[in-house]
Design a binder for this molecule. Structure first.
Ligand code: FAE
Length: 551
């Protein structure tokens, strides 16, 4: 064990997570792990009080969710010695199934892949016209969810670590000039001098090595890079929180293949430095943070003394509710992701449990201008049979005032040559959606019109038209729904709903209430110009530091 306090906490927290997995606990803390290991289950004669799964009825602080914003907040609260409960609706992903794997690869999904679906719902619907990508699966609390609203589907991670379990690890610090435009009240000096470097270091951000980039696994990136340069565009390297040291071992045959074996959106069995490997174990290792899994917050109320009361439902792996609970706290941190947090607050306002929430709650949602395109490549420019699932490069046309696009060069790891370049473009789309409470269904709807993606389509098409013309290539159909060569009906980057400075003050304190905070991607106004999780992490670090110091 090392003497570095952060490493020591991580070590303790990781052991507690492993113990919780081994005993099938839904409550994870240093204490619950000790109780389980001391024989609570097998030695009733020891008379250790309370099941390791028991939680207290009141905590000084509760954090909802376990994605980036929550993980940062829980760690810093725990370090400050504040007893904190972290509540996550998904499961802990720490135990291999009968195939010795925790997660499935994209080409062989099963129940572990998606959140209670009968069939997978991958963004690419077809493989050259054949309906073979999606598979029937059993219902299970799998790791990726596709939440369908009218005209827009939102992909989110479910489980301890939230989106970090399923994302592509692209760890990009936004351009300073754009950051200053979207969040003018946040000191850019503080962010770029302190919080972005802190986030990058905590998340283990690193860069692809030349050896890997020049290998067969990144042929798809090199082919698209050449095509972009031929068309007069520049490309930018993209840092990652996938461990390239591990990827090199995969390439050398010294470690089980993960990114080099088609694992990504349904989780990675190696190399991905997700939050359950860094922030969350470090939080649990403080001894002040308890994590409760498979438990959804369904309602938030406040009593006359200002104490928040939460209604919780714990499910088993079939989805059946096995326990309902009430738990209260003095300070409540919402980090349920922009869908989860906004839904909880819109429902609380419109059903009258938190009636003083302002009309900004639910507004300012954007898809970070996401749109996916597919282009063919020439016969002699195959994109490669073996492809790494971790993108490391983008076409950077963001400076063009007329067609600002940052197009991530995405892999298409099918195991056969497809002569296809895939791109997830991030565009500067000013359109915003908003959430409304649907009383009949007791749900929250996202209002987003299909025409609102027009800017994203037009700007990206302008760029890919130029690439096709310069390289004598064409758009690739047969992959997306309706035989289109693009998909503008889903996003990986939902942002907004409770904007910083509007629904909250400039540090995430929700207006209308004391001791109520938003800590996740809901704070960011619909667009950040690059992949968002480094910004969400850095902003959460900034806000929680201020809150702990001042509240
Ligand atoms: P998030 O990570 O979504 O965590 C919220 C957590 O709250 C989840 O674990 C939920 O299960 C949980 N939750 C929700 N409601 C409740 C409730 N009522 N009770 C209890 N728990 C609840 O929030 N971003 C990048 O920067 N780079 C990438 O390469 C990238 N690739 C992506 C690929 C995919 C397939 C997806 C889906 C996303 C990708 N993203 C990427 C987006 C990134 O993962 C996302 O912006 C962050 O995860 C959002 O962080 P939050 O803290 O807002």
């Amino acid at each position: 064990m090392t003497s570095n306090p952060l490493s020591r906490r991580k070590f303790l927290g990781l052991s507690a997570l492993t113990t919780a997995s081994a005993y099938g606990l839904t409550t994870v803390s240093l204490l619950s792990a000790q109780k389980a290991e001391a024989g609570w289950f097998s030695k009733p004669e020891l008379a250790i009080p309370d099941s390791p799964n028991a939680i207290a009825s009141h905590y000084p602080a509760i954090v909802i969710g376990s994605g980036y914003g929550s993980a940062v907040s829980a760690l810093r609260l725990g370090e400050a010695g504040i007893e904190t409960l972290m509540i996550e609706m998904g499961m802990l992903w720490d135990k291999p199934a009968s195939d010795d794997k925790i997660f499935t690869k994209t080409t062989a999904p099963d129940g572990r892949s998606m959140w209670f679906k009968d069939r997978t719902e991958a963004p690419l619907e077809n493989f050259f016209g054949l309906n073979v990508i999606n598979r029937d699966i059993e219902q299970y609390p799998g790791v990726l969810d596709r939440v369908r609203y009218d005209n827009m589907s939102v992909y989110v991670g479910r489980g301890v670590g939230g989106g970090s379990l399923v994302n592509g690890c692209m760890a990009v610090t936004p351009r300073r000039d754009y950051f200053e435009t979207i969040l003018p009240n946040v000191s850019a000096d503080d962010m770029y001098d302190t919080y972005f470097p802190l986030a990058n270091s905590m998340l283990g951000v690193n860069n692809v090595t030349e050896e890997l980039f020049e290998s067969k696994y990144y042929q798809f990136s090199r082919v698209a890079q050449k095509a972009a340069i031929n068309a007069g565009f520049k490309t930018a390297n993209v840092p990652s929180s996938y461990d390239f040291g591990y990827m090199q071992q995969e390439a050398d045959g010294d470690a089980p293949k993960s990114a080099l074996d088609g694992e990504v959106i349904y989780g990675n069995n190696g190399g991905k430095q997700s939050l359950d490997k860094n922030y969350i174990p470090a939080a649990i290792g403080t001894g002040h943070v308890t994590l409760r899994t498979l438990t959804k917050v369904t309602k938030i109320e406040q009593d006359a003394n200002g104490v928040y009361s939460l209604s919780l439902e714990t499910i088993d792996v079939t989805g059946a509710v096995v326990e309902t609970l009430q738990v209260s706290c003095n300070q409540l941190f919402l980090g349920a992701g922009c869908l989860g947090t906004t839904e909880l607050l819109v429902r609380a306002r419109d059903t009258g449990t938190l009636p003083l929430l302002n009309s900004e709650v639910g507004k300012g949602w954007g898809n970070n201008g996401n749109i996916m395109f597919a282009c063919s490549t020439r016969f002699w420019n195959g994109t490669g049979v073996a492809q790494s699932t971790m993108p490391v490069m983008g076409i950077d046309n963001w400076d063009d005032p007329e067609h600002p696009v940052f197009a991530e060069i995405a892999p298409f790891p099918t195991g056969i040559e497809t002569w296809t370049s895939l791109f997830l473009a991030i565009t500067k789309n000013p359109e915003r959606g908003y959430f409304t409470y649907n009383a009949a269904a007791d749900s929250v709807d996202l209002n987003w019109d299909a025409t609102q993606t027009a800017t994203s389509y037009n700007d990206s098409k302008w760029l890919f038209d130029k690439m096709n013309a310069a390289n004598r290539t064409k758009y690739r159909t047969g992959l997306f729904a309706d035989n289109k060569y693009y998909a503008d009906d889903f996003t990986y980057h939902p942002l907004g709903g409770c904007l910083l400075g509007k629904a909250t003050d400039d540090y995430g304190r929700v207006k209308g209430y004391n001791n109520l905070y938003v800590v996740d991607g809901s704070l960011i106004p619909g667009s950040v110009g690059v992949n968002p999780y480094v910004t969400i992490t850095a902003l959460a670090e900034r806000n929680i530091e201020h809150v702990i110091a001042n509240d």
